[in-house]
Write a protein that binds this ligand. Structure first.
Ligand SMILES: [Mn+2]
Length: 268
């Protein structure tokens, strides 16, 4: 169940919260990942079916090797700046896969109209439309559900991106996931390019980063069942998670703490 909002959920409710005469952007959380960008792109294409043009934007940098690969292979258009045209009216913002009340989105200048997210919110975001479902493991599955409930056929490229979003956020459905994530995944597999998505999501290192991981493992310590390691970054976003997931396959290790030196700050 979605958390409370003054509007019902889905494409029609979202569209009714938007002013078609004003410019619109779909903003991901800062330093976006695959799930965030796939969700933004999937929602942008769906809104276009209702005659609403939007741009996908983010702040920070793309630090994910797999996301950079998906963006180039599918030709996704996403920018880390907006170009306001005051004569067209104030910008409307939709946030996906994050929420300003959780501190993971530095909003561009404009009016927050909607938040679509799967992270637990500390409070209701200040906007007319919110669809926040912490029981779901990916935002991509929420967006796939919007396509399905609107009876709009998903293009293959968008399905590939959303598939990659679910694969990435759930480690190929091996982490906690809801029945809706599984259902979306099942539908997307038959439309999108499963092998492209899987290859992109699994390719997270280059050889230099592999060396950094080997070095971090050599210098790691295990105390009371906890694995501790530092990676001498900068490295791509997924490297830490992949190292942690790998060592958690060790019988004697119950938890992993993996951190990176040299994480860049968000430009102000
Ligand atoms: Mn996500």
């Amino acid at each position: 169940m979605a958390e409370s909002s003054c509007l019902p959920f889905g494409l029609d409710a979202l569209v009714s919260a938007l002013d078609p005469a004003r410019p619109l952007v779909i903003q991901t959380h800062d330093f976006p990942d695959l799930d965030a960008v796939a969700s933004a792109w999937g929602l942008s294409l769906l809104l276009a079916r209702r005659g609403l043009a939007s741009a996908c934007v983010y702040r920070g940098r793309i630090r994910s090797r797999s996301l950079a690969s998906l963006v180039s292979q599918l030709g996704l258009t996403i920018a880390n700046e907006v170009f306001p045209r005051p004569e067209e009216g104030r910008l409307q913002l939709i946030v996906v896969d994050g929420s300003p009340v959780n501190g993971n989105v530095s909003l561009f200048d404009g009016d927050l109209v909607a938040v679509v997210d799967h992270h637990r919110a500390t409070c209701q975001p200040p906007c007319p439309y919110s669809d926040i479902r912490p029981e779901m493991a990916s935002c991509s599955a929420i967006i796939e559900g919007y396509w399905k409930s609107a009876s709009e056929p998903l293009p293959a490229d968008a399905a590939t991106a959303l598939l990659a979003g679910i694969q990435s956020d759930t480690d190929f459905l091996s982490r906690r996931a809801s029945p809706e994530d599984f259902s979306s995944y099942y539908r997307l597999v038959s439309i999108g390019d499963f092998s492209l998505a899987s290859r992109v999501v699994r390719t997270v290192f280059d050889l230099a980063e592999l060396d950094l991981v080997i070095e971090a493992m050599r210098d790691s310590v295990v105390r009371d069942g906890v694995f501790w390691a530092w990676i001498k970054g900068p490295c791509s976003q997924e490297v830490l998670a992949v190292l942690a997931e790998f060592v958690l396959r060790t019988e004697e290790i119950q938890a992993a703490v993996v951190a990176e030196h040299g994480v860049p700050a968000l430009p102000s």
